[in-house]
Design a protein around this ligand. Structure first.
Ligand SMILES: *Cc1c(COP(=O)(O)O)cnc(C)c1O
Length: 353
């Protein structure tokens, strides 16, 4: 599955569909509607463990959604009510697992802890046509060990409840490449997960699922910004914390940058911080972001790897947040897919309006 919240762009959804992704992890009824409007034959799975009853009913009766996640008896009762006691559901109980290997934690909000999962698994088994176990190890995990530990949690929960499990869904968390964050090859994650899956006490026909968001979308988009003012080593630019640079501002995430000037600057790089366009002091991206030392107002530069949790976070605060979208046939600025290693491929843009 592709986790739509990372980047709901219909163009990206079509690219993924054309490359064989048929299932979509949706977290809201608006995401379900968007996917079904864009890809009518796609299968949506509603993987937010806390949903409104109206959303569950519309998903099931209007959009043919059969797969739901849950992490409480309350949510189970809600799903039963909203689907009129449907008998064709795949229900995935979400376990709480550690986010210790992730750059972004998803460890506190959702999931049943050890000691609480037995009752939920047994009750869900009685209602579900297929019973799944799901979890999320946090976003941008930097080690496959994250999945080993979570699979051990899954094993303990299955043994304790003594139920037949038909689906193991290892969630998202697969990494992409960012400056200062070079993850191990994805194959190592897949090998680790397959090995752990093979050794679980589950039915021999059980399916292994995953819901990557970031790793399927990070390389998809860059943002081109303009320098409106320079103050020492600070650049005032026309996107920021309330736009695509939310993570750069709020959690100090770093992205690759590249000055777009012809002819190229031959000045050496120096470290810059950015101010976004709004009037708010919070609209600050510390970086550091290395750009040529002669960067001035009027220059444009590209910020890469913003396909995941970049454009999806844009707001209209202070009247900013609009921009033109162009399709570029170009390699991403960093990649976990090119060659066997993470390649730093900075080719010239070929832009199509
Ligand atoms: C956000 C989310 C994902 C995607 O996570 P990534 O770290 O972007 O891969 C998958 N599943 C659920 C339930 C999520 O909330």
């Amino acid at each position: 599955m592709y986790a739509v919240k990372a980047n709901p762009s219909p163009d990206l959804l079509k690219v993924l569909w054309d490359n064989g992704i048929t299932h979509y992890d949706t977290a809201s009824i608006a995401e379900v509607r968007l996917v079904k409007a864009t890809l009518p034959e796609a299968t949506c799975c509603f993987m937010h463990p806390v949903k409104s009853e109206e959303a569950i009913a519309e998903a099931y009766f209007v959009h043919d959604v059969k797969t739901f996640s849950l992490d409480s008896m309350e949510e189970l009762a809600k799903i039963v009510r909203a689907t009129d006691g449907a008998t064709d559901l795949t229900l995935c109980a979400r376990l709480r697992v550690s986010s210790e290997y992730a750059k972004l934690s998803l460890g506190s909000k959702f999931g049943v802890g050890p000691g609480e999962s037995k009752e939920l698994l047994i009750a869900t088994r009685q209602v579900a046509d297929a019973l799944g176990i799901c979890f999320h190890v946090g976003s941008q995990t930097m080690s496959p060990d994250a999945y080993t530990n979570a699979m051990e949690r899954a094993r303990a929960a299955i043994v304790e409840a003594a139920v037949t499990v038909d689906v193991i869904d290892v969630g998202g968390g697969f990494p992409s490449a960012y400056p200062g964050m070079t993850p191990p090859p994805l194959e190592r994650f897949f090998e680790t997960i397959h090995r752990a899956f093979e050794s679980l006490p589950i039915s021999y026909s059980a399916e292994l699922w995953a819901e990557p968001g970031r790793s399927l979308s990070a390389e998809y988009a860059s943002v081109v910004v303009r320098v409106e003012r320079r103050r020492g080593t600070e650049l005032y630019i026309n996107d920021g914390a309330y736009g695509t640079l939310f993570d750069a501002a709020h959690i100090g995430w770093k992205y690759p940058v590249q000055l777009l000037r012809e002819p190229d600057s031959d000045a050496r790089d120096m470290d810059f911080a950015f101010w976004g366009p709004t009037c708010d002091d919070l609209d600050y991206m510390q970086g550091p972001f290395p750009l040529p030392a002669d960067t001035v107002a009027g220059d444009y530069f590209e910020i890469g790897m913003l396909g995941a949790y970049g454009s999806a976070m844009r707001t209209a605060f202070n009247g900013f947040g609009t921009g033109d979208t162009v399709v570029a046939s170009d390699e991403p600025m960093l990649s976990v897919y090119l060659d066997d290693e993470i390649a730093d491929v900075r080719t010239n843009n070929v832009v199509k309006l």
